[in-house]
Design a protein around this ligand. Sequence first.
Ligand code: NAD
Length: 350
Amino acid sequence: MRTVTVNASKKYDVFIEKGLVSKSGEIIKNLASSRKAAVITDNTVAGLYLKTVVDSMKENGFEVHTFSFPAGEASKCHRTLIAVYDFLAEAQITRSDVIVALGGGVVGDLVGYAAATYLRGVDFVQIPTTLLAQVDSSVGGKTAVDINAGKNLVGAFKQPLCVICDTDALSTLSEDIFADGMGEVVKYGMIKSATLFEKLLSGDVKDSLEDVIAECVSIKRDVVEADEFEKGDRMLLNFGHTLGHAIEKYYNFSGISHGKAVAIGMAEFTRLAEEKGLCKKGTFEKLKKCLEKNLLPFSCDISLKELAPLCLSDKKRKSDGINIVLCSEVGKSFIKKLGIDEFYDFLNVR
Ligand SMILES: NC(=O)c1ccc[n+]([C@@H]2O[C@H](COP(=O)([O-])OP(=O)(O)OC[C@H]3O[C@@H](n4cnc5c(N)ncnc54)[C@H](O)[C@@H]3O)[C@@H](O)[C@H]2O)c1
């Protein structure tokens, strides 16, 4: 088993191994302060892994209450959140009990936010079941729900008791949802690790899933430990996201997945950075090859002129401009602060 320890405001472990879902009760027993738990998931994951988690928890002496909601981003909203609070109240979950988030990033974000706010905070465990959730959303403590004005606009920082990544759970993902997670994996290679990037270019990730996930989690851990509350370098994790979020917004968050939008965002900013001498020549071609190999797009039909205002309405925007993330070469990233006009110049849209 790979274990990555995160030393954030709270210290916790990320466990990565095949078959861990069936050992979840044993792991949680060692960390929880009571033997009462609420396991919350979506209706797709419920049909796949809920029974295994519940059985494992019961075998380890837990009284378990379960709740599931419809799968998909549309559920990451206040309506579901209230339903989750009502369920927790009905099950008489107290501050000493534990909440388990079983599922992809939607479940992790929403249940994490419920755990951060219900009774002003209840311990929670993440059992991420998508590649994106294992390499990214389950680690680092960001939790959120969406509101009409935009994605993730209401949230809290809440670190879990632990994160349990079962690589076997990824075998039931569609090729498309697996590819979405690869968008974030490629991002880690681009921003911090040329070695990881080369591995993605030359081999099949599915042959070394545990290693790749552990490497991505370690990179995220290092960044989060240095800047838990996103005052500076944590922004590097947003590589590809400024344009990616604009593309998602253009399609009203339903026409393109997050991972694919981020892939296009990384490629476009790298192409522009190279054109302006901010990035080593040849980096865009390498990135393009890597994205194609991992079934991800590198361009889209929407013009940068249409996307520019959407980039500026992102929550990462500052009042006097915008911070964008670029790579000077594969494995090396930096934050560039631009005024609004400079940003338009960068996009060649003035
Ligand atoms: N908190 C963070 O730091 C952070 C970082 C990145 C993304 N996010 C958030 O994560 C969300 C996206 O996460 P996601 O891509 O995991 O989406 P998701 O949770 O919607 O999962 C995608 C689909 O896969 C299904 N699924 C999950 N696990 C499965 C499995 N093992 N087998 C088969 N199907 C499975 C789900 O039911 C869902 O239909 C977004 O809301 C995004 O904002 C958060």
